[in-house]
Write a protein that binds this ligand. Sequence first.
Ligand code: HEC
Length: 297
Amino acid sequence: MFNNLKLGVKLNLLLAAILLLLMITIGATLSIVIQGYAEEVVTEKALLLIETMNSVRNYTSTQVNPELASRLETEELFLPQTVPAYSSREVFEYLRNSDRYRNFFYKEATLNPTNLRDKADSFEAEIINSFRNDSQQQQQGFRNIPGGEIFYIARPLSVTKESCLRCHGSPEEAPASLLATYGTDNGFGWKLNEIVGAQVISVPASQVLEDARRLRLLVVGKILIFLVLAVVLLNVFLKFVITNPINEMSHLSKKLSMGDLDVEFEQKSNDEIGILAASLNRLKASLKIAMEMLDSK
Ligand code: HEC
């Protein structure tokens, strides 16, 4: 079957197979590389923000809290500015006031929070429970929410110090101002070293992923155009340098075989085709001499 095809068709079939393989390989490799790059971009953003929030938490507990701690005993209402969880959330809300960061989210999601805005939703509760069950230090991934695709990083929040239990242990021990502000129902009963929640940062990923897809399409498209152009050029080369001269020689040989001794095989080049033309010319000359010898007898 393959042997019955013309040279041009054979070559094009081969090229099509190579092209297909090449495009599949390039497409798959690009997918992995560009997807990896997009993930790196969003991971970098999320990590920077979560570390910044940890700095805010540190600042609050080492510099703000000592200044205001004494007022917690005397003021009627609680001063949430002394609490790292509060200050980091508030700082992040200021960041979100800017249009650029409106779709970024930060939450110290907790199963039993003092402030109900920190209550873990079902997705966050699942993460917290998995932190409780094994000793993972971080979870991350993409997630589809109504606003588009987001990338999140979550880290466990645990009760690291005995002093936390003053406000999160039992209501009897908590400052009166805390009870006056938050009541006695929420955020108590935590245990030392218990994982009570998760720091969750979410950054929008739709745009980055969309850019990555567009980049992949652009690169694959350009390579495809280049390869198709190469195939067209190869076909032109094949036609003028190989198939046309061979067709011409086979046409002349046919005439020669039928007795036309005046045919002329023109040698236009010094490549294999040219050498073949010269050989055929010599063959024709020998044939002519042989015929003349036969005629003269
Ligand atoms: C002086 C009281 C006090 C102490 C001590 C304290 N917290 Fe809190 N904590 C609070 C209050 C009040 C809130 C709620 C703040 C708000 O309105 O956002 C809170 C919130 C939190 C939250 C966010 C979830 C929630 O309950 O709303 C976490 C997590 C948390 N605290 C962990 C800790 C840890 C860990 C420690 C010890 C290192 C600690 N807290 C010590 C009073 C305290």
